[in-house]
Design a protein around this ligand. Structure first.
Ligand code: NAG
Ligand code: NAG
Ligand code: NAG
Length: 561
């Protein structure tokens, strides 16, 4: 078995060209049988031809439009599940290639002007590139209820594809720890702001701004040091809290390291229970429980707390276009629905294009639950993660694409662009396989003036983008070949069906014509005089040639496989 075959999701779905050959052979045998028996009973040619063609017609309609499609769907239904031993499961448990993960950081080029109240000027720096290896660990099957338990783990490895930056570039971003802490305390405990003001001065050595200037690598994964070797009461109080934070790495007794993406790297997520889809293929991969509960407790309504969809690495086959692709994003504490946009092609395969946005909590009733408070909703396309992760981080599409224009106007240097910034999934609907995907998300922090914290005195309110990420999959020929083969075979069957159908109709017409011609003449014309073999040959030659062609093709296919 070639590696191509083993690693493909679909090579096993389709019972190969032998099926085509079988269908073709049966048609041929059937036709011969008809012709023979017709000859035996010494029927007249038009009658023979008529019966033969009708039988062929019924047969091909049955096989081409009922039996064959049914065979494919039942095969897909039975194969797309997470039972041990299936290829889909292997793929689900460890994606056999690294996803393309790219990060772009917004360099603030006018930090001191921002301190004085000017709008931030941003310059996108990137991409910083990583291979993202996705796997599931501590996998446990529950045979009885057809479920699987696992923890998802993503591991990032820095790579230098063409166009990628090394990560040694120095950038300036709002210090996520300073801005995040002040924003959180404003919500949770505004009375403590005076203490926080003192602590910032102590821990960050009396900073002139909220901005952090560091190497991209340190900001993203390696860690920016927070010095907790402080003696004053405020500094100690805040540091003792920071030391408890699970997302900060302890470098030494009094040094903590903070990095934007490090907490996610190679760290198993919360336990997930998902359906295996053996009993019902529509359920495959559907998340039933997250962290031991069947619905989260983050938002005010049941609808928004519901866990819907899969983890996004697998989708059920045979989805209708209207259903959309539903996946649960633990990082956002919500399910997202990618909606069908249009039919398109990927590498010659007919696929559907889906796209997702973050909705509009200010307008859509069913998204009101994401509003920070019932009175204060964010505008279109942006979502506050405070209730989800305990820090007011706002997510949006990159460059505020499909986001309310007021956010775009609050900062300088962004240029939303559909092709670069939308969320897009190209999806093969029959087998439920994504063939191409770019999942993109931008992380922002709200910036607002605060009289109690000195370095926050003069800010003009805005939502400040910090970085955005793109998780990309582009299946190459190794992985799309089985899909292509599937469609090739389908096409062949379709062409055969229509050709035979047409042939049988031609046969019927010829029979009708001959029948009326004969009954018009008084004496019975001997069969051979109207060149019976001609009209019969027309049919058998047309189909015969075709059948030969397919037969050969099918043989070659099997050989190459
Ligand atoms: C970020 O902006 C600062 C200030 O304009 C500049 O000095 C620095 O070179 C920029 N960094 C990159 C990587 O472009
Ligand atoms: C804020 O603006 C006031 C008045 O212009 C100025 O005195 C003060 O130094 C500014 N504060 C900061 C932190 O820039
Ligand atoms: C496709 O990608 C896989 C995994 O990255 C690789 O092993 C394989 O060689 C690639 N195939 C082609 C045809 O490029």
């Amino acid at each position: 078995m070639s590696p191509v075959k083993r690693s493909s999701i679909l090579s096993f779905i389709f019972p190969k060209a032998y099926l085509v050959r079988y269908v073709v052979d049966t048609i041929r045998r059937f036709y011969n049988l008809m012709v023979q028996s017709a000859t035996k009973i010494k029927m007249k040619l038009p009658v023979k031809l008529g019966i033969g063609s009708s039988v062929l017609f019924v047969f091909i309609v049955l096989v081409g439009f009922v039996v064959f499609p049914k065979m494919i769907t039942s095969k897909i239904k039975s194969m797309v599940n997470l039972k041990p031993g299936t290829e889909i499961r292997d793929m689900f448990l460890k994606i056999p290639f690294g996803l393309e993960f790219r990060v772009y950081i917004f360099n603030v080029t006018n930090p001191m002007e921002v301190q004085r109240g000017q709008a931030p000027s941003l310059k996108e720096v990137g991409p910083f590139c990583y291979e993202e290896w996705k796997e599931k660990v501590d996998v446990q099957d529950m045979e009885g209820d057809d479920t699987i338990l696992y923890n998802a783990k993503d591991t990032f490895i820095q790579v230098m594809w063409p166009g990628c930056l090394s990560g040694t570039e120095v950038v300036t971003i709002p210090h996520p720890m300073i801005l995040g802490m002040v924003n959180t305390v404003v919500i949770q405990k505004p009375g403590a702001l005076t203490l926080v003001n003192k602590a910032i001065k102590s821990i960050y050595s009396n900073p002139a701004s909220i901005f952090l200037t560091a190497k991209a690598n340190d900001i993203l994964f390696d860690g920016v040091i927070i010095n907790c070797d402080v003696k004053d009461f405020a500094g100690k109080a805040i540091c003792s809290q920071l030391k408890e934070a699970p997302t900060l790495r302890h470098v030494s007794e009094n040094e903590l390291a903070f990095a934007l993406l490090a907490p996610k790297n190679a760290t198993p997520g919360k336990r997930i229970k998902a359906a295996r889809g053996v009993n019902n293929f529509k359920d495959v991969g559907r998340i039933l429980e997250y962290d031991g509960v069947d619905k989260i407790d983050v938002w005010p309504t049941d609808e928004c707390n519901a866990i819907r969809g899969t983890d996004g690495t697998i989708f059920p086959p045979l989805l209708s276009e209207e259903e959309g692709l539903v996946s649960f994003a633990p990082d956002l504490c919500r399910s997202l629905v990618a909606e069908f946009q249009q039919k398109t092609k990927y590498d010659g395969i007919p696929v559907r294009k889906y796209s997702a946005t973050l909705g509009d909590m200010s307008k859509n009733e069913d998204e009101k639950c994401y509003c920070p408070t019932p009175e204060t909703c964010l505008k279109k396309g942006i979502m506050d993660l405070y209730k989800c992760i305990g820090v007011p981080i706002y997510v949006s599409l990159p460059h505020f694409y499909e986001t309310h224009e007021s956010y775009l106007k609050g900062v300088k240097g962004l240029r939303p662009d559909k092709s670069k910034h939308e969320i897009i999934i190209l999806f093969e609907g029959m087998t439920g396989g994504p063939v191409y995907a770019k999942k993109r998300l931008q992380f922002n922090m709200p910036l607002q003036a605060n009289p109690k914290v000195d370095i926050f005195n003069n800010f003009t309110e805005s939502v400040l983008p910090i970085f955005w990420v793109e998780e990309g999959v582009e299946l190459n020929n190794t992985f799309t070949k089985p899909l292509k083969d599937l469609f090739k075979i389908q096409k062949i069957v379709k062409i055969t069906t229509w050709t035979v159908l047409l042939g049988s109709l031609l046969g019927l017409s010829a029979a009708g014509y001959l029948f009326f011609k004969e009954s018009g003449t008084a004496d019975i014309t001997p069969v051979h005089k109207v060149h019976p073999s001609d009209s019969r040959k027309t049919i058998s030659t047309v189909s015969g040639n075709n059948l030969e062609g397919i037969d050969n093709h099918a043989m070659t296919k099997t050989d190459t496989d």
